[in-house]
Structure formats: C-alpha cells, structure tokens
Design a protein around this ligand. Structure first.
Ligand code: C5P
Ligand code: MG
Length: 165
C-alpha cells in the first residue's frame, strides 16, 4: 500500500533583494544575527535572505511582490521581523492549495565569511518555512571586489522556491 502524495502542479518562484551596508545596524540573515562590525540598512530588520525567499514564494503564486503586500507605511508591518512577511506569503500559498517543497538561495556579501554560519541559517530558515533542513539550501558568494557589493556598499540575496499542489 502506497502513502505517496501525488501533486498535479509544480511551480517555481524567484526572488532578489539588496540592502545598503551601514554601521550601528545588525546583520541578520535568515533570522540569524551574524556578529559583524556593520549591518544592513532598511525599514525592517533588513533580512535580505528572508526578503528574497518571500518574493520567491509570492512569485510562485503570481501574487506581486513584497513591497506591495507589506508597505513600511502600514503600521501592521512597520518594524515587523521579516519572518512575518515570509509566514504571510506562505499562508497565501497554502490558501491557494500549495505546499512548499524546496528553497535554494544565495547571499552575496564581500565580508564577513559566512560559511561557518551556514547550518545555523539553514536550520533557522527551515524552522520559519516549516520544512526539513535537507530541503533548504543557502549558498554564499563574494562579488570578487567588483561593483557595489564587491566594494562593500551593499549586500544581495537571491532565492528560488519550488511549490506544489
Ligand atoms: O565568492 P567566492 O567564490 O570567492 O566564494 C568562495 C567561498 O567562500 C564559497 O564557497 C563561499 O561559501 C564562501 N563565502 C563565505 N562568505 C562570504 C562569501 C563567500 O563563506 N561572504
Ligand atoms: Mg529587503
């Protein structure tokens, strides 16, 4: 007897985000605070990784983008932790009958080195999106000293999600 769940439709969503590097701010990636001399500027906690994943989920359900759903001018979302945005986007996906299957992502930041934080960030994202950690991938890249990321002005994140129903 098979208990396999069969899905009729798979979809992919893509997301991207960038924030300026700033002093006296925290560097929060995937809900994990990374010890560093600088952080990322923004209305919210500036968690570029969760913002990119949120946009990827919204993209997969063709539901616009993060700024449309969570304007910083709306008191409900002002200073909200970014996990709230992602949880809301996932609730919208669930309401449309979709289940999240997999998250792949890349953070592009010149310094600090992040790979020693990979498992913590994967665990944190997995907990937020309610997936097992073996379905959450987080990669890191420098920009090789070139462009705004390479010159230390900004950080970027990219994400791809797969959803099914
Ligand atoms: O960008 P680059 O190819 O030089 O990255 C080399 C390695 O350094 C990658 O495997 C990546 O995991 C790691 N890395 C990191 N923290 C960064 C950027 C890259 O740990 N901020
Ligand atoms: Mg952002």
């Amino acid at each position: 007897m098979s208990h396999a769940v069969s899905f009729e439709e798979f979809r992919t969503g893509q997301g991207w985000d960038a924030h300026r590097i700033a002093g006296r701010r925290k560097l929060i990636l995937g809900g994990v605070t990374i010890p560093w001399d600088y952080g990322l500027d923004g209305h919210s906690d500036a968690d570029i990784l969760l913002h990119a994943i949120t946009d990827a989920v919204l993209g997969a359900i063709c539901a616009g983008d993060i700024g449309e759903h969570f304007p910083p001018t709306d008191p409900q979302w002002k200073d909200a932790p970014s996990r709230k945005f992602l949880e809301h986007a996932l609730a919208m996906a669930r309401a449309a009958g979709f289940t999240l299957v997999h998250v792949d992502s890349t953070v592009i930041l010149e310094t600090p080195k992040l790979k020693m934080h990979r498992d913590d960030i994967r665990q944190s994202v997995a907990e937020i999106v309610a997936l097992s950690v073996d379905r959450v991938s987080v990669k890191f890249k420098t920009a090789e000293g070139v462009g705004p990321v390479g010159r230390g002005f900004s950080a970027e994140a990219q994400a791809v999600v797969t959803i099914a129903r």
